[in-house]
Ligand binder design. Structure first.
Ligand SMILES: Nc1ncnc2c1ncn2[C@@H]1O[C@H](COP(=O)(O)OP(=O)(O)OP(=O)(O)O)[C@@H](O)[C@H]1O
Ligand SMILES: [Mg+2]
Length: 493
């Protein structure tokens, strides 16, 4: 017997200047089920979700929620009606606390004032449901990206809505946190809620979805029960062609040591980290949330000052006190949080990509317009960035395409050493493969990459060696042949 219909999306279309983001899309969400939405970067997934919650207005079509036509003009109306969302692009209020963020506009009041003790207790309760330990009184700006994502999840769940939209809810969190989220999703299903789930982590989709709808270029490609779907079928529906086997980094000859780090320490973050990177190598860093991986990369790039430690590049001692020093020494960093660092949202794709290499493109006061354009076009093609033109504003790109801009920008600086923190966050399967190929050919030229990744298949297939961080220290090291999912997780936890 099929579950009762909760939401019907009927023939929805939406056009942005230059793009038909949605072209006559229909789907049905039933009570007590998870309906996954899959598609390449820019396929229209987030746009559809934003129409459901009244953030964007549809051009045509109908939404039928619990048997009634609805047309929300504001997210608040959708929330009140029983639809909440975990947004792909996280937008917390950094100056407020965790508890204030979760219950913004719903704070408990006592004698006309916000009842803080109660507010904090309420926040602790929702965070506990997720098995997350974050202080409710902590300011958002002090949280890691993973923690911010968990707070957003807690917030959406706390509304106890009938429909919860999850747009890439796990892009910044680790395996254990994902498991906890899935437990909650199971509970919601039992309570007859409907979940719309968007993710590029296909393994997750197969774990929790009951049905899958595939979009491509704004068009509905198929809707199938999970029983009739497998990964290779899903991938070919998504990208419209067959893809080969999973990409594995080519073995390039490993050269002499390119970078060595000795006894790097920063109180409260990481302790006595010593490691080296050889020419031609991808060194993977694996660890659980809070293991100190990003903090270590930030210090290596000069964003933060370590208390102790030494860095050598090609056997020369170097002092890196700022990103400028890092760049001068041929180091580039792709940060995990593209919003905080890495992108100027209100600028164009062209400006963003050429920003980092401006110096190289400038002689005197003039930018070589033509050369700039050629290089940027080359990057856009290489990464297959979906834009209507080079002046397309970055904030209007889909999440995955924004991530590609960050990567493109980084490669344009032609670094010798590339530090990548979750480089494929939110990137679709097809584009991931392209990025892996680019990394592989980059290292084959004798350059080196240090890559943090929480996605075990990614770190296993791309790393020549893997170091595992635990509580700020190195807990183990594996070469490619030894590493597998079990021993990585075992050492990390
Ligand atoms: N506010 C906007 N203004 C102009 N174009 C937009 C806007 N929002 C989205 N688009 C365009 O609509 C298309 C669909 O974008 P959308 O964000 O829905 O993709 P997506 O499927 O969520 O991709 P991703 O997997 O990368 O998150 C893209 O071409 C994007 O550039
Ligand atoms: Mg999206």
């Amino acid at each position: 017997m099929e579950n009762e219909v909760l939401l019907e999306v009927r023939n929805i279309s939406k056009t942005f200047p230059g793009v038909k983001a949605l072209d006559n899309i229909s789907l049905t969400l039933r009570k007590g089920t998870v309906h996954a939405l899959c598609g390449e970067n820019g396929a229209g997934k987030s746009t559809l979700m934003h129409i459901l919650i009244g953030m964007y207005r549809k051009d045509s079509g109908d939404l039928v929620f619990k048997g009634k036509k609805v047309d929300f003009a504001l997210p608040k109306q959708a929330l009140d009606a029983g639809i909440s969302i975990i947004e792909q692009e996280l937008t917390p209020i950094y100056d407020m606390t965790v508890a204030e963020n979760i219950f913004l506009g719903r704070e408990p009041v006592k004698l006309g004032f916000i009842d803080y003790p109660r507010l904090n207790k309420m926040a602790t309760a929702v965070l506990n449901d997720l098995e997350v330990r974050i202080e409710p009184t902590q300011k958002m700006k002090l949280l890691s990206l993973a923690e911010i994502q968990l707070v957003e999840i807690a917030k959406a769940i706390s509304y106890d809505s009938e429909i919860i939209i999850m747009d890439e809810p796990t892009s910044a969190i680790g395996e254990k946190e994902v498991e906890n989220l899935f437990k909650i999703i199971d509970l919601m299903k039992k309570r007859d809620k409907g979940i719309l789930y968007v993710s590029h982590r296909l393994k997750e989709v197969f774990t929790i979805a009951d049905e899958i709808t595939v979009l491509r270029d704004g068009k509905h490609i198929s809707t199938e029960s999970i029983k009739n779907m497998d990964t290779s079928k899903l991938v070919s529906l998504m990208i419209g062609r067959k893809v080969g086997e999973d990409f594995v980094k080519e073995n390039s000859p490993v050269g002499p040591t390119l970078l060595s780090v000795e006894h790097f320490s920063k109180r409260g973050q990481f302790y006595n980290i010593s490691l080296n990177l050889k020419k031609g190598e991808v060194l993977g860093i694996f660890g659980l949330m809070g293991a100190g991986r990003s903090e270590f990369l930030h210090a290596l790039y000069g964003l933060e000052k370590p208390d102790q430690g030494e860095v050598r590049i090609e056997n020369q001692k170097v002092k890196i006190c700022s990103p400028r020093d890092a760049i001068k020494n041929g180091i580039a960093l792709v940060t995990e949080d593209r919003k905080k660092m890495g992108l100027v949202l209100t600028s164009s794709v062209k400006e963003n990509i050429s920003l980092a290499s401006l110096k190289e493109l400038t002689t005197g006061l003039f930018i070589h317009e033509k050369r700039e354009k050629l290089q940027v076009v080359d990057m856009v093609n290489k990464f297959n960035i979906k834009i209507t033109g080079l002046s397309h504003l970055v904030k209007n790109l889909s999440g995955g395409n924004q991530q590609k801009v960050v990567l493109g920008k980084c490669f344009l600086t032609a670094p010798k050493i590339l530090l990548l923190d979750e480089p494929t966050r939110g990137i679709d399967v097809g584009a991931k493969r392209e990025i892996y190929k680019i990394i592989s050919s980059y290292t084959s030229e004798g350059y080196g990459v240090i890559m943090i990744s929480s996605e075990i298949p990614e770190i296993l297939s791309m790393s020549d060696r893997i170091v595992v961080f635990k509580n700020g220290s190195i807990a183990g090291e594996f070469n490619k042949a030894e590493a597998n999912q079990e021993n990585l997780l075992h050492i990390a936890s």
